[in-house]
Design a protein around this ligand. Structure first.
Ligand code: NAD
Ligand code: UDP
Length: 322
């Protein structure tokens, strides 16, 4: 059988770089396209010279030299709320124009495509936990709107392309995921808390810490994404991928303090606008369709992430803020 050729858009980012590695390990040919906005060359440094790997530095909104492939994972988009104020137009257009561009390329190649959507399509949810059938509660004009609403429109485009061109597109609604290779200064809560703890700074809880999230370890997420791509008969499906274990941000901070054995304390800062109060996926559809189950506990995942960050401590201090 011919080697499967896969395009990973956003492949130099956190999730994308783990995905590239996983595909290469299974003998696939991987082309990574990334504009290195929030991605880093060092994320793919150890696969850079792999015979089956190619890196294209390009923007998915306009790249004209994308290769013919069998599968496309569209993971390209900044995802940290800390970036929503600085890059709102780029984020909105990456998830709309960029998504259109990749969907058209999938039609041209007759490729299967997976779109990385997000739990943010549910906004600040009034239904808990969130099933795929919930239509969400997004503030389209709020600080998170450039991300949430553009991901929602990205999903609408996938549905339109599936209907019009019979495109085999699948949508993963990804819930909070963490692990090695997140940027220390990414702004998302786990890399922020771990970096603060390692540097002996106080951990910054936004609000009173009673808001909840359900944190999935990266290895489980990659297995879920691959299963959604590789299982036949799922054309047009949107599936939540995440973990059901829900914790308050206050409890998460305590876990990080315990794991890192640090002098750091907790300080409280204002809660950003539209910060969802509760979030937990209903993953019964993923269980049913994908024969998949997250396996890594938050304690284990935090320990692995902490070890990775500590062994790259130099990188924390000298992190390029771009
Ligand atoms: P990340 O910022 O580490 O990775 C995103 C990558 O996309 C980066 O390498 C960035 O340089 C690249 N990129 C952004 N815009 C681009 C453009 N216009 N052209 C080319 N490359 C571009 O974030 P991540 O956590 O790895 O997220 C990956 C995907 O998963 C995103 O689509 C995100 O919305 C989705 N997601 C992630 C999470 C999570 O918790 N990690 C949760 C929900 C959804
Ligand atoms: N958060 C926090 N301190 C930080 C960063 C984030 O308390 O330094 C909170 C944030 O307000 C949110 C939760 O942690 O309630 C998760 O934030 P993150 O940015 O990781 O993801 P998202 O809000 O998109 O789920």
């Amino acid at each position: 059988m011919a080697t499967k050729k896969v395009l990973v858009a956003g492949g130099a980012g956190f999730l994308g770089s783990h995905l590239c590695r996983s595909l290469l390990d299974d003998g696939m040919e991987v082309v990574c396209v990334d504009n290195l906005g929030s991605g880093r060359q060092e994320n793919v440094a150890d696969i850079q010279d792999h015979a089956n790997f190619r890196f294209l530095e390009d923007d998915i909104r306009k790249s004209s030299n994308l290769p013919i492939v069998d599968e496309i994972y569209h993971l390209a988009s900044r995802a940290s709320p800390a970036d929503f104020t600085e890059f709102p137009v780029r984020i909105a257009l990456t998830n709309t124009e960029g998504t259109r561009h990749l969907l058209e390329h999938a039609v041209d190649c007759d490729a299967r495509i997976l779109y990385a959507s997000t739990s943010e399509v549910y906004g600040d949810p009034e239904v808990h936990p969130q099933p795929e059938s919930y239509n969400g509660n997004v503030n389209i004009r709020g600080e998170r709107g450039c991300y949430d609403e553009s991901k929602r429109f990205g999903e609408t485009l996938t549905v339109a392309f599936e209907k019009r061109y019979d495109l085999d597109v699948r949508t993963a609604r990804i819930f909070n995921t963490y692990g090695p290779r997140m940027r220390p200064n990414d702004g998302r809560v786990i890399p922020t808390f771990i970096t603060q703890a390692i540097q002996g700074e106080d951990l910054t809880i936004y609000g009173d810490g009673s808001q909840t999230r359900s944190f999935c370890y990266v290895q489980d997420m990659i297995a879920g994404l691959r299963s959604l791509m590789e299982t036949d008969g799922l054309q047009g499906e949107a599936v939540n991928i995440g973990i059901e274990n829900e914790v308050t941000i206050g409890a998460l901070a305590e876990m990080v303090l315990k794991e890192c054995d640090t002098e750091s304390e907790i300080v409280y800062q204002p809660l950003p606008q539209d910060d969802p109060q509760r979030r937990r996926p209903d993953i019964s559809k993923a269980r049913r369709l994908l024969d998949w189950e997250p396996e890594v506990s938050l304690e284990t995942g935090l320990r692995r992430t902490f070890e990775h960050f500590r062994s790259h401590e130099h990188g924390i201090v000298n992190q390029d803020p771009s």
